[in-house]
Design a protein around this ligand. Structure first.
Ligand SMILES: [Zn+2]
Length: 322
Protein backbone atom coordinates (compact mmCIF):
# COMPACT_ATOMS: atom_id res chain seq x y z
CA UNK A 1 0.00 0.00 0.00
CA UNK A 2 1.18 3.52 -0.79
CA UNK A 3 2.63 5.30 2.23
CA UNK A 4 0.90 8.51 3.32
CA UNK A 5 2.88 11.63 4.18
CA UNK A 6 2.73 13.00 7.71
CA UNK A 7 4.39 15.58 9.93
CA UNK A 8 4.94 15.19 13.67
CA UNK A 9 3.74 18.26 15.58
CA UNK A 10 4.77 18.70 19.22
CA UNK A 11 3.12 21.24 21.51
CA UNK A 12 5.55 21.58 24.42
CA UNK A 13 3.36 23.39 26.94
CA UNK A 14 4.11 24.27 30.55
CA UNK A 15 1.34 21.92 31.74
CA UNK A 16 1.12 19.24 29.02
CA UNK A 17 3.19 18.02 26.14
CA UNK A 18 1.01 17.03 23.19
CA UNK A 19 2.33 15.01 20.28
CA UNK A 20 0.31 14.71 17.08
CA UNK A 21 0.62 13.21 13.65
CA UNK A 22 -0.78 15.52 11.01
CA UNK A 23 -1.21 15.09 7.27
CA UNK A 24 -0.53 17.77 4.65
CA UNK A 25 -4.15 18.92 4.81
CA UNK A 26 -3.85 19.71 8.51
CA UNK A 27 -5.87 16.69 9.61
CA UNK A 28 -4.74 15.05 12.84
CA UNK A 29 -4.59 11.28 12.56
CA UNK A 30 -3.13 10.50 15.97
CA UNK A 31 -2.50 12.43 19.12
CA UNK A 32 -1.32 11.82 22.63
CA UNK A 33 -0.42 13.94 25.62
CA UNK A 34 1.23 13.70 29.03
CA UNK A 35 1.92 16.14 31.92
CA UNK A 36 5.10 18.18 31.55
CA UNK A 37 5.68 18.24 35.28
CA UNK A 38 5.96 14.48 35.94
CA UNK A 39 9.70 14.27 35.24
CA UNK A 40 12.69 14.37 37.58
CA UNK A 41 15.06 15.79 35.02
CA UNK A 42 15.13 17.51 31.66
CA UNK A 43 16.71 14.37 30.18
CA UNK A 44 13.79 12.25 31.38
CA UNK A 45 11.32 14.65 29.78
CA UNK A 46 13.28 14.63 26.49
CA UNK A 47 13.29 10.80 26.60
CA UNK A 48 9.50 10.75 26.97
CA UNK A 49 8.96 13.28 24.18
CA UNK A 50 11.26 11.20 21.97
CA UNK A 51 9.46 7.96 22.74
CA UNK A 52 6.08 9.54 21.87
CA UNK A 53 7.53 10.81 18.60
CA UNK A 54 9.02 7.36 17.82
CA UNK A 55 5.69 5.76 18.51
CA UNK A 56 3.97 8.02 15.96
CA UNK A 57 6.78 7.60 13.42
CA UNK A 58 6.88 3.82 13.56
CA UNK A 59 3.27 3.22 12.64
CA UNK A 60 2.73 1.36 9.43
CA UNK A 61 1.75 3.08 6.24
CA UNK A 62 3.28 6.44 7.11
CA UNK A 63 6.17 8.46 5.83
CA UNK A 64 7.31 11.25 8.17
CA UNK A 65 8.44 14.49 6.52
CA UNK A 66 9.73 16.25 9.63
CA UNK A 67 9.21 17.15 13.27
CA UNK A 68 7.95 20.57 14.41
CA UNK A 69 7.92 21.82 18.00
CA UNK A 70 6.23 24.86 19.54
CA UNK A 71 7.49 25.95 22.98
CA UNK A 72 6.27 28.52 25.52
CA UNK A 73 9.26 30.83 25.51
CA UNK A 74 11.98 32.48 23.53
CA UNK A 75 13.72 30.46 20.85
CA UNK A 76 16.62 31.08 18.51
CA UNK A 77 14.56 29.68 15.71
CA UNK A 78 17.39 29.45 13.15
CA UNK A 79 19.60 27.33 15.42
CA UNK A 80 16.77 25.64 17.31
CA UNK A 81 18.07 26.76 20.69
CA UNK A 82 15.56 27.34 23.48
CA UNK A 83 16.73 30.43 25.38
CA UNK A 84 14.28 30.10 28.20
CA UNK A 85 10.86 28.60 28.91
CA UNK A 86 8.18 30.34 30.90
CA UNK A 87 7.09 28.12 33.81
CA UNK A 88 9.27 25.10 32.87
CA UNK A 89 12.46 24.90 34.90
CA UNK A 90 15.84 23.82 33.59
CA UNK A 91 15.47 24.90 29.97
CA UNK A 92 18.00 27.68 29.57
CA UNK A 93 19.96 27.72 26.30
CA UNK A 94 19.14 24.15 25.33
CA UNK A 95 19.98 23.15 21.71
CA UNK A 96 16.73 21.21 21.35
CA UNK A 97 16.83 20.95 17.58
CA UNK A 98 20.32 19.43 17.68
CA UNK A 99 19.32 16.97 20.42
CA UNK A 100 16.30 15.71 18.48
CA UNK A 101 18.08 15.59 15.14
CA UNK A 102 20.68 13.29 16.71
CA UNK A 103 17.91 11.01 17.98
CA UNK A 104 15.93 11.01 14.75
CA UNK A 105 18.64 10.83 12.14
CA UNK A 106 17.55 11.82 8.70
CA UNK A 107 14.53 13.83 9.88
CA UNK A 108 14.32 17.61 9.82
CA UNK A 109 13.45 19.24 13.15
CA UNK A 110 12.21 22.82 13.61
CA UNK A 111 11.59 24.65 16.89
CA UNK A 112 9.77 27.95 17.34
CA UNK A 113 7.74 29.92 19.84
CA UNK A 114 4.22 28.55 20.43
CA UNK A 115 2.38 31.74 19.44
CA UNK A 116 4.38 31.92 16.21
CA UNK A 117 3.52 28.35 15.24
CA UNK A 118 -0.15 28.91 16.14
CA UNK A 119 -0.13 31.82 13.70
CA UNK A 120 1.36 29.62 10.96
CA UNK A 121 -1.29 26.95 11.63
CA UNK A 122 -4.13 29.46 11.27
CA UNK A 123 -2.70 30.70 7.97
CA UNK A 124 -2.03 27.23 6.62
CA UNK A 125 -5.27 25.50 7.55
CA UNK A 126 -7.37 27.78 9.75
CA UNK A 127 -9.20 31.10 9.98
CA UNK A 128 -6.44 33.13 8.27
CA UNK A 129 -6.18 30.95 5.18
CA UNK A 130 -5.63 33.08 2.09
CA UNK A 131 -4.44 36.16 4.04
CA UNK A 132 -0.95 37.66 3.90
CA UNK A 133 -1.06 40.24 6.69
CA UNK A 134 -2.14 38.59 9.89
CA UNK A 135 -2.00 39.23 13.61
CA UNK A 136 -2.64 36.26 15.88
CA UNK A 137 -3.38 36.69 19.55
CA UNK A 138 -3.41 33.74 21.95
CA UNK A 139 -5.37 34.33 25.14
CA UNK A 140 -4.38 31.76 27.73
CA UNK A 141 -3.01 32.21 31.22
CA UNK A 142 -0.83 34.81 29.48
CA UNK A 143 -1.22 36.61 26.16
CA UNK A 144 0.85 35.50 23.15
CA UNK A 145 1.15 37.02 19.72
CA UNK A 146 2.36 36.24 16.22
CA UNK A 147 2.72 38.40 13.12
CA UNK A 148 2.64 37.46 9.47
CA UNK A 149 3.65 40.37 7.26
CA UNK A 150 3.48 40.12 3.47
CA UNK A 151 3.07 36.36 3.74
CA UNK A 152 6.07 35.78 6.02
CA UNK A 153 6.18 35.17 9.75
CA UNK A 154 7.89 38.24 11.18
CA UNK A 155 10.35 37.15 13.87
CA UNK A 156 12.60 40.20 14.21
CA UNK A 157 16.37 40.39 14.47
CA UNK A 158 16.70 38.02 17.42
CA UNK A 159 13.43 36.15 16.82
CA UNK A 160 11.57 37.82 19.67
CA UNK A 161 8.96 39.80 17.71
CA UNK A 162 5.21 39.50 18.16
CA UNK A 163 4.98 39.81 21.95
CA UNK A 164 1.68 41.65 21.92
CA UNK A 165 1.06 40.55 25.50
CA UNK A 166 3.95 42.71 26.68
CA UNK A 167 2.81 45.98 25.18
CA UNK A 168 2.14 48.39 28.04
CA UNK A 169 -1.43 49.68 28.12
CA UNK A 170 -1.29 51.44 31.51
CA UNK A 171 1.69 53.30 32.85
CA UNK A 172 0.28 52.90 36.35
CA UNK A 173 -0.35 49.18 35.83
CA UNK A 174 0.99 46.43 38.02
CA UNK A 175 4.21 44.49 37.57
CA UNK A 176 4.21 41.87 34.83
CA UNK A 177 6.07 38.51 34.75
CA UNK A 178 8.40 40.05 32.15
CA UNK A 179 9.69 42.59 34.68
CA UNK A 180 7.91 45.57 33.14
CA UNK A 181 4.51 46.88 34.23
CA UNK A 182 1.03 47.50 32.86
CA UNK A 183 1.46 44.95 30.02
CA UNK A 184 -1.65 43.73 28.17
CA UNK A 185 -1.01 40.32 29.74
CA UNK A 186 -1.75 41.79 33.16
CA UNK A 187 -5.09 43.03 31.78
CA UNK A 188 -6.34 40.13 29.67
CA UNK A 189 -4.99 36.69 30.64
CA UNK A 190 -7.01 34.05 32.49
CA UNK A 191 -5.40 35.10 35.77
CA UNK A 192 -6.53 38.68 35.28
CA UNK A 193 -10.13 37.60 34.63
CA UNK A 194 -10.17 35.58 37.82
CA UNK A 195 -8.62 38.36 39.88
CA UNK A 196 -11.06 40.91 38.51
CA UNK A 197 -14.03 38.71 39.44
CA UNK A 198 -12.70 38.09 42.95
CA UNK A 199 -12.03 41.79 43.40
CA UNK A 200 -15.60 42.64 42.43
CA UNK A 201 -17.03 39.92 44.66
CA UNK A 202 -15.04 41.28 47.60
CA UNK A 203 -16.60 44.65 46.92
CA UNK A 204 -19.94 42.90 47.41
CA UNK A 205 -21.09 43.21 43.81
CA UNK A 206 -23.97 40.83 43.16
CA UNK A 207 -23.23 37.74 41.08
CA UNK A 208 -24.15 34.08 40.65
CA UNK A 209 -20.54 33.19 40.01
CA UNK A 210 -19.53 32.21 43.52
CA UNK A 211 -22.48 29.83 43.59
CA UNK A 212 -21.37 28.31 40.27
CA UNK A 213 -17.88 27.97 41.76
CA UNK A 214 -19.23 26.01 44.74
CA UNK A 215 -18.47 28.90 47.09
CA UNK A 216 -14.71 28.76 46.44
CA UNK A 217 -12.78 31.62 44.87
CA UNK A 218 -10.15 29.13 43.73
CA UNK A 219 -12.71 27.37 41.48
CA UNK A 220 -13.36 30.49 39.40
CA UNK A 221 -12.17 30.00 35.83
CA UNK A 222 -12.61 31.79 32.49
CA UNK A 223 -15.04 29.02 31.52
CA UNK A 224 -17.15 29.64 34.60
CA UNK A 225 -17.16 33.42 34.00
CA UNK A 226 -18.39 32.68 30.48
CA UNK A 227 -21.11 30.39 31.80
CA UNK A 228 -22.28 33.07 34.22
CA UNK A 229 -22.25 35.76 31.51
CA UNK A 230 -24.43 33.55 29.30
CA UNK A 231 -26.92 33.36 32.17
CA UNK A 232 -27.04 37.17 32.21
CA UNK A 233 -24.80 37.71 35.23
CA UNK A 234 -23.99 41.43 35.13
CA UNK A 235 -20.67 41.17 36.98
CA UNK A 236 -19.41 38.54 34.54
CA UNK A 237 -20.63 40.47 31.49
CA UNK A 238 -18.78 43.54 32.83
CA UNK A 239 -15.59 41.52 33.21
CA UNK A 240 -15.72 40.27 29.61
CA UNK A 241 -16.51 43.73 28.26
CA UNK A 242 -13.67 45.29 30.22
CA UNK A 243 -11.26 42.58 29.04
CA UNK A 244 -12.38 43.18 25.45
CA UNK A 245 -11.72 46.90 25.85
CA UNK A 246 -8.22 46.19 27.19
CA UNK A 247 -7.41 43.89 24.27
CA UNK A 248 -9.04 46.24 21.73
CA UNK A 249 -7.10 49.22 23.09
CA UNK A 250 -3.83 47.41 22.50
CA UNK A 251 -4.87 46.02 19.12
CA UNK A 252 -5.98 49.43 17.86
CA UNK A 253 -2.37 50.58 18.24
CA UNK A 254 -1.09 47.45 16.52
CA UNK A 255 -3.60 47.99 13.67
CA UNK A 256 -2.36 51.57 13.21
CA UNK A 257 1.22 50.32 13.15
CA UNK A 258 0.79 47.37 10.77
CA UNK A 259 -2.52 47.74 8.85
CA UNK A 260 -3.29 43.99 8.94
CA UNK A 261 -6.09 42.29 6.97
CA UNK A 262 -7.15 39.97 9.73
CA UNK A 263 -6.72 39.48 13.47
CA UNK A 264 -7.21 35.93 14.67
CA UNK A 265 -7.92 35.44 18.35
CA UNK A 266 -7.37 32.03 19.91
CA UNK A 267 -6.32 30.34 23.13
CA UNK A 268 -8.50 28.93 25.92
CA UNK A 269 -9.89 32.31 27.00
CA UNK A 270 -11.18 32.96 23.45
CA UNK A 271 -13.75 30.17 23.81
CA UNK A 272 -16.37 32.56 25.07
CA UNK A 273 -19.68 33.91 23.91
CA UNK A 274 -20.01 37.02 21.77
CA UNK A 275 -19.43 39.61 24.48
CA UNK A 276 -15.62 39.51 24.43
CA UNK A 277 -15.39 39.64 20.64
CA UNK A 278 -18.03 42.37 20.31
CA UNK A 279 -16.15 44.47 22.85
CA UNK A 280 -12.78 43.95 21.08
CA UNK A 281 -14.29 44.83 17.68
CA UNK A 282 -16.08 47.89 19.03
CA UNK A 283 -12.96 49.22 20.75
CA UNK A 284 -10.75 48.72 17.68
CA UNK A 285 -13.43 50.38 15.58
CA UNK A 286 -13.62 53.33 17.98
CA UNK A 287 -9.88 53.82 18.22
CA UNK A 288 -7.98 52.72 15.10
CA UNK A 289 -7.37 55.00 12.13
CA UNK A 290 -10.04 54.84 9.43
CA UNK A 291 -7.95 53.46 6.59
CA UNK A 292 -6.03 51.04 8.80
CA UNK A 293 -9.25 49.41 10.04
CA UNK A 294 -11.40 49.77 6.93
CA UNK A 295 -11.03 46.23 5.64
CA UNK A 296 -9.95 44.61 8.89
CA UNK A 297 -11.62 41.43 10.12
CA UNK A 298 -11.39 40.19 13.71
CA UNK A 299 -12.21 36.48 13.95
CA UNK A 300 -11.96 33.45 16.18
CA UNK A 301 -9.14 30.99 15.69
CA UNK A 302 -10.09 27.66 14.16
CA UNK A 303 -7.68 25.73 16.36
CA UNK A 304 -7.72 26.04 20.13
CA UNK A 305 -6.70 22.82 21.93
CA UNK A 306 -4.85 21.59 18.84
CA UNK A 307 -3.33 24.96 17.88
CA UNK A 308 0.11 23.89 19.13
CA UNK A 309 0.44 20.55 17.32
CA UNK A 310 -1.22 21.76 14.12
CA UNK A 311 0.91 24.92 14.17
CA UNK A 312 4.12 22.94 14.75
CA UNK A 313 3.22 20.84 11.69
CA UNK A 314 2.56 24.02 9.69
CA UNK A 315 6.05 25.22 10.64
CA UNK A 316 7.58 22.08 9.11
CA UNK A 317 5.41 22.35 6.01
CA UNK A 318 6.49 25.93 5.52
CA UNK A 319 10.18 25.34 6.22
CA UNK A 320 10.34 22.41 3.81
CA UNK A 321 8.38 24.30 1.15
CA UNK A 322 5.71 21.61 0.91
ZN1 LIG B 1 5.05 42.04 30.36
Amino acid sequence: MLKRNFIIGVDFGATYVKVGKIDLKGVISKKNFFPTTDFKSREALIDRISSEISCAINEENSRILGIGIGVPGQVDYKRGIIHNLVNVNGWKNIPFRHILRKRFRGLEVFVDNDANVACLGERQWGSAKGYDNIICVTLGSGVGGGLIINGQLYRGKDYSAGEIGHICIDKKGKTCNCGSFGCLETFAGANYLKEMVIDKLKKKEKSIILKLAGGEYSNITAKLIDEAAKKGDVLSIDVWEETGRNIGLCLAGVVNLLNPEIIVIGGGVSKTGRILFDSIRQTVDDMALDIAKKRLRIVRARFVEDAGIVGAAALVKEELGL
